[in-house]
Design a protein around this ligand. Structure first.
Ligand code: G3P
Length: 212
């Protein structure tokens, strides 16, 4: 499973990249606002030091606007992935941009047939929002499982990008169910290595080795 970071904050991205396992970045208007940035500047900065896919969200509301925004965003860097909402306008724009060789990430996916349409429209990534489904007592993980079956049934190359990740348990479950990518907030990335038994074990070994 590939690891993306879900943030527009360059410091967080640099720290995650230092771990040596960062495959890409996802942003959205909320994350860009939270970082106090302008979208184009943020994407240009991130693409300056991240070689993997960097998702930048196009704003609509209609298909023509999504397409023209997507074309502009794609000019920023060759690793920009245009992020589009999963509605009729977004789907049309997905097809048009994908047909031109531009990578698209279809976002805000909450049920499997939405993702099936996006895969048919040529999306490189589909982003099911796990945490938000869990928030309304639905199972984000069932969605990943169903998407895996559907995409494998038809041999789609479209990657399942697990999003709205809130905990290390979400990361584990997404991996168990065959998500291709998990996009993880910085706070969750920092927790992925933690276990109190690891810490106490390291402390005991260091003590016994006379280190302190
Ligand atoms: O990747 C999507 C993410 O940014 C949304 O997360 O926690 O707002 O549902 P959340």
């Amino acid at each position: 499973m590939k690891f993306f970071i879900d943030t527009a904050d360059a410091d967080e991205i640099r720290q995650a990249a230092d771990l040596g396992l960062l495959d890409g970045v996802t942003t959205n208007p909320t994350l860009i606002k939270r970082a106090g940035l302008v979208r184009e500047d943020a994407i240009k900065t991130i693409c300056g030091f991240v070689p993997g896919p960097v998702s930048a969200e196009a704003l609509g509301p209609d298909a023509d606007t999504f397409i023209s925004e997507g074309l502009e965003l794609a000019k920023i860097a060759k690793n920009v992935v245009v992020k589009l909402p999963t509605n009729e306008a977004g789907l049309k724009a997905c097809k048009a941009l994908s047909d031109q060789g531009i990578d698209v990430n279809m976002t805000l996916i909450f049920q499997p047939v939405q993702a099936l349409l996006c895969a048919r429209a040529g999306a490189r990534f589909v982003s099911p929002f796990l945490g938000r489904l869990d928030d309304v007592c639905s199972s984000g993980m069932d969605l990943i499982e169903e998407l895996r079956v559907i995409f494998d049934n038809y041999g789609f190359d479209t990657e399942i990008l697990a999003a709205s990740i809130r905990s290390p348990e979400h990361v584990k479950q997404a991996a168990l169910r065959g998500a291709d990518v998990c996009t993880i907030p910085f706070g969750v990335i920092k927790k992925l290595l933690n276990h109190p038994l690891t810490d106490s074990g390291i402390a005991a070994f260091e003590r016994d080795a006379g280190l302190h």
